[in-house]
Design a protein around this ligand. Sequence first.
Ligand code: NAD
Length: 335
Amino acid sequence: MTQTITVIRGDGIGPEIMDATLYVLDALKTGLSYEDADAGMVALEKHGDLLPQATLDSIRKNGVALKSPLTTPVGEGFSSINVALRRHFDLYANVRPAKSFPNTKSRFPDGVDLITVRENTEGAYIGEGQSISDDGETALLTQKITRKGSERIVRYAFELARKTGRKKVTVVHKANILKSTSGLFLKVAREVAALYPDIQCNEMIVDNTCMQLVMRPEQFDIIVTTNLFGDIISDLCAGLVGGLGLAPGANIGVDAAIFEAVHGSAPDIAGKGVANPCALLLGAAQMLDHLGQPDKAERLRAAIIATLEAKDSLTPDLGGSGNTMSFAKAIASRV
Ligand code: NAD
């Protein structure tokens, strides 16, 4: 049976990098069929809604979406469409690989190949319990960490280690100071880790983790952590491997999963045809893994690496003089 995925072409450079990505997926002969759905500014203009019900229905039906970046209008009362999507589908695991690629601006050309697994639904980002006193002098924020939320994200990280043949999970926390919230997360993580004797587990305090990542990133394999720490660490890791142009991300829940590039809609280069499609392509590779096509995912990653090695048609952000589509064609020719 043909698997259908929801395709959200998004805003800014979104349609350009999605065209490029689907071109490469077609060359891979994935057998996927695509159902277009709108979100972001384009949806607001067409349907009067940033996140139309039809889009939510499409993702619910297909269970998998490939999404280009969306522009969130400033001051519209909508904090972020991406956050709304994560909440709506309870996409609890944010999975962000960071890998050094040849001929990119990575500070560690050979040394980085790690995955950050960030809890996506709890902690400081739930938007509850935020208040400022009437005199504007005191602000409060409530953080909620649950056993259930901690357990499912840590399990996800260990299962991912097993599935991908990775050997070590580092639990990142601040339980020495945040004794209740980070303390509960660490306690549950230790319990879960005991169920996976085949995977090495170590614990690291978040501030030390940041230093260690910058000095010796090769010591990390999979990092699992709570929402706020994961947000910061995963961007730090993107920086280690040369920035956002090569950073994909997956948002995984029980009933749905959304795969994307980490970067935004890049309005400064939209419409010029020069956006680097690699981040969305690498998000598509994560999607193929998720869909049970790991051989195609590997071929896609290998084709990207080979194209970077050959410096064939690279986009200007990578120092080349190619464009989005010529880069995609160079990759497609190697899949
Ligand atoms: P951005 O990531 O869009 O751009 C930052 C810089 O990186 C820009 O100079 C841009 O040209 C460059 N860049 C980004 N992606 C690139 C690519 N593929 N190839 C080459 N260069 C690339 O960040 P921003 O400017 O802060 O945000 C723009 C809009 O994107 C905002 O509306 C923001 O809300 C939205 N955004 C969406 C997502 C998402 O949908 N996942 C994520 C982040 C930001």
